[in-house]
Design a protein around this ligand. Sequence first.
Ligand code: NAD
Length: 295
Amino acid sequence: MAKVAFIGLGNMGGPMAINLVKAGHAVTAFDLSAAALAQVKAEGAAVAATATEAVKGAEFVISMLPAGKHVLGLYLGEQGVAAHISKDALVIDCSTIDADSARKVGAGLAAQGIAFIDAPVSGGVGGAKAGTLTFIVGGDAAHFERAKTVLGNMGKNLFHAGAVGAGQVAKICNNMLLSILMVGTSEALQMGVDNGLDPKVLSEIMLKSSGRNWTLELYNPCPDVMPNVPSSNGYQGGFMVDLMAKDLGLALEAALQSQSSTPMGALARSLYVAHQRAGNGKLDFSSIFKLFEKK
Ligand code: NAD
């Protein structure tokens, strides 16, 4: 059992913290939202009045916040908690943020003798609730090994991607590729439908042919081809367009910084942002299929 501070108890952080409580860890939680705190309190977590109070004496400090500015502010801002974290603690940021901010937080904490890893997740709210998230970690191998004590209670697949920041880079590479596959699968399926094909039959053919990919295997974007996926449920649940657009923005920023050529990623970002602006932000990201549908 470990003493864990958990900061950021939203859609993802709430169920992750609850899984740590269920695994027997002593969790002290903090969030700006009283409602979010009440939920984890009801499941057995202790709640703190401030982030500073939450981190005191913790062996692990875990954060799950919206963006880089929140993570930088939490640890290194004017009211930052870095000075109050034990030197023996391991800080684990699970938020999806730009790699630069992750490196800044890592360096700022290292200057105070505190260990840090970035550990963004894949698997969504369903994975957070079920404790089946994938963690993609950037940081020292020894810190990765140590983090398994708590990450193993919130997730199934734990990857070590490289140095601090590498977790964020690996995650946005994956999500950029996923968005490209989703757009490509959607336009191919719709072209088949427009030419008189049954999308179920076309999906079966492509699944056994060279167009096979994850979206066809597990997440078909065309309604009623596959049961139990968001496309067959009005594009509810799953991974929101808003979040895909955010991750593609991070991918594009990273590409600009490294001067990488990512034409497909840039196009996918434009399509997802247009789809978001058309009012589809809260739908699952497979709803990009609607962009190609004949109305
Ligand atoms: P969310 O908006 O539901 O939760 C964020 C929480 O952080 C809120 O409860 C908010 O009150 C709290 N917060 C913000 N600033 C704070 C501060 N300074 N101190 C304390 N609490 C603060 O967001 P979410 O869906 O839980 O996502 C969290 C992170 O996980 C994001 O970086 C997101 O990109 C990533 N992510 C989300 C999903 C998903 O499906 N929702 C999947 C993978 C990764």
